[in-house]
Write a protein that binds this ligand. Structure first.
Ligand code: SF4
Length: 172
């Protein structure tokens, strides 16, 4: 259950640390060892910057699978955290629902801070320890720190479910 290196923000942190080491190397008057370390850090950050748009993915999962599925079997028809059943034949693409990192969505004025997949009614939490869940409405793997335009609070969804009788009424 190994995860790839963490997101663009993490890459920027790495870039930042490389810069700091670089400055420290200059100010310190420079042993060869420090210069070598600086070079290594900078290279790592540069490589990371090249991967800027690569979303982290669980090991062994292709980009196509990550974006469009199929998701692992335990998620395929699972219930979301507000009891919505996932229908693998009736899902939105991520593009269609403005799927993106929650922080970016806040910056773009698309949503309020604090709203993300992890606290959305449609989210199906991680079941296999890889850090990703799924969604009852959107295809592919879902990071709890992402967001989309279908976000709905769990409380609202549960209230609606209560009014409508909920899924258990259909099952019974
Ligand atoms: S915010 Fe969108 S993608 Fe995330 S769990 Fe909710 S409906 Fe699914």
């Amino acid at each position: 259950m190994v995860r790839f290196v963490r997101t663009r923000r993490r890459f920027l942190e790495l870039a930042g640390s490389g810069a700091v080491v670089g400055i420290a190397g200059c100010l310190g008057g420079g042993g060869g060892e420090q210069e070598t370390e600086t070079e290594t850090e900078t290279t790592t950050a540069t490589e990371a910057a090249d991967d800027d748009h690569d979303e982290e993915r669980p090991e062994g999962v292709s980009e196509e699978e990550f974006e469009h599925g199929p998701v692992p079997e335990p998620y395929r028809t699972a219930l979301s955290q507000a009891n919505e059943r996932r229908d693998p034949d009736d899902l939105f693409t991520k593009e269609a629902v403005k799927f993106q990192e929650a922080d970016d969505a806040v910056e773009a004025g698309l949503t309020e801070a604090g709203r993300n997949c992890g606290n959305c009614a449609e989210y199906i939490p991680d079941k296999n320890g890889d850090g990703f869940g799924a969604c009852a409405k959107v295809e592919g793997y879902i990071d709890p720190e992402d967001w989309c335009s279908l976000w709905e609070s769990i409380e609202e969804a549960e209230a609606e479910e209560g009014e409508n009788g909920g899924e258990t009424a259909f099952v019974a």
